[in-house]
Design a protein around this ligand. Structure first.
Ligand SMILES: [Zn+2]
Ligand SMILES: [Zn+2]
Length: 138
């Protein structure tokens, strides 16, 4: 029922296609997502690696070690325009976390929950209909 969905970076050098439903779609308000996006957080949509097909230019990588968990997080971004399209985590390296805002239709999936709300900006508003976790949740 979920079919195929396409997306890509701002400049169009990197495109991707995902097949099927995401494992999880979350809004993450952690400091890492705030820094890597320069924004209030990130929409992070997790897929199994085999659900995601990348096309076009090769993504550049930046590996960051979390000062909370000590584990690595790898940001994969377009070398030309800087859009982060994929994040992978040491905790579960077989998952690809796709940046929700980079889909051609960023409304095709439902947001399931907010995580790391303890570091969300104080002006952030949350819908009572969406589950919320102070930290990472399970
Ligand atoms: Zn680009
Ligand atoms: Zn985060």
């Amino acid at each position: 029922m979920f079919g195929v969905h396409d997306g890509g970076c701002l400049c169009g050098a990197v495109r991707y296609r995902v097949k099927g439903a995401p494992l999880r779609a979350q809004a993450c308000h952690c400091r890492n997502c705030q820094r890597r996006t320069g924004s209030a957080g990130a929409v992070v949509v997790a897929f199994k690696a085999e659900q995601v097909e990348l096309n076009g230019a090769t993504l550049s990588e930046y590996e960051h070690r979390s000062d909370e968990s000590g584990r690595w997080l790898r940001n994969q971004f377009c070398a030309r325009c800087g859009t982060t399209l994929i994040v992978t985590l040491e905790r579960n390296p077989s998952l690809l976390i796709v940046s929700g805002g980079s889909f051609d239709d960023p409304n095709w999936f439902e947001l399931e929950r907010h995580i790391w709300t303890r570091s969300a900006p104080h002006w952030m508003c949350f819908s009572p209909a969406i589950e919320r976790f102070e930290k990472g949740g399970s």
